[in-house]
Write a protein that binds this ligand. Structure first.
Ligand code: SAM
Length: 223
């Protein structure tokens, strides 16, 4: 499973109102061992696989399946997550893949902080299933990330289009890809669509069964 395929959709829930975002995600990651498969997300592979490697930002990178895959292809990756445990697993995976020197792992809450933007910006900003039932200023974070995309670079936002079949969030109404695009309010003359669609794929569910997932894929190139 990638992070988009989990039986817990967006990181569980606060057990008490005082619990911070970091504490909620830490609980999710520490309540058992490795949570995701370590494999890269399919939409990232499909879209970023076509791009020349440069500098990449992986927002809400989790255990790092995407970051490690990007680094193996020659990208210099800034991997950001609020969970120290997830980032520890990312670092271990990067070390065993021999790409730790190509990944800067940064532990911050993106609701209140943002990584330093490199000169010229990132050639790829990827947000894969960066969705949460917790309070998260997602649109503001994605807008800030979009502003940090280099000219000619790619903004890739992949979201759940529907709750995964095995999830416990079937009551959640997900924004369409058009709604997400409208919320970002990016100037249309500065962005060229690469892929803007709802797309289904088959993957493995938590019990190894084949399950259909629905993704909203938003890929825009900065022009
Ligand atoms: C559903 S997981 C997706 C992980 C990864 N992108 C993947 O596809 O496997 C969402 C990730 O976002 C992180 N996250 C959630 N809220 C965050 C925040 N405010 N700041 C930084 N990371 C956050 C979580 O810790 C979690 O690792």
């Amino acid at each position: 499973m990638s992070g988009g395929d989990g039986e817990v959709l967006h990181g569980g829930h606060q057990e008490d109102p005082e619990e911070t975002t970091e504490q909620v995600w830490e609980r999710l990651y520490t309540e058992r061992g490795q949570r995701w498969s370590g494999r890269p997300n399919q939409r990232l592979v499909e879209v970023a696989g076509e791009f020349t490697p440069g500098r990449a930002l992986d927002l809400g990178c989790g255990e790092g399946g995407d970051s490690v895959w990007l680094a193996q292809r020659g990208w210099a990756v800034t991997a950001v997550d609020v969970s120290p445990t997830a980032l520890g697993r990312l670092t271990a995976q990067a070390e065993s893949a021999g790409v730790a020197d190509r990944i800067a792992a940064i532990c911050i809450d993106l609701a209140t902080a943002f990584p330093d933007v490199p000169d010229g910006g990132w050639h790829l900003v990827s947000a894969q299933f960066f969705q949460s039932t917790l309070a998260l200023p997602r649109t503001a974070i994605l807008r800030r990330a979009a502003a940090a995309v280099a000219l000619g670079g790619l903004l890739l936002v992949v979201d759940h289009g529907e709750a995964p079949p095995s999830s416990n969030h079937h009551d959640v109404v997900f924004p369409t890809v058009e709604e997400t695009l409208a919320e970002l309010a990016l100037p249309s003359d500065a962005w060229s669509p690469v892929r803007v669609e709802r797309s289904t794929r088959e993957s493995e569910g938590p019990d190894g069964q084949r399950v259909e997932f629905v993704d909203n894929v938003l890929a825009l190139r900065r022009v």
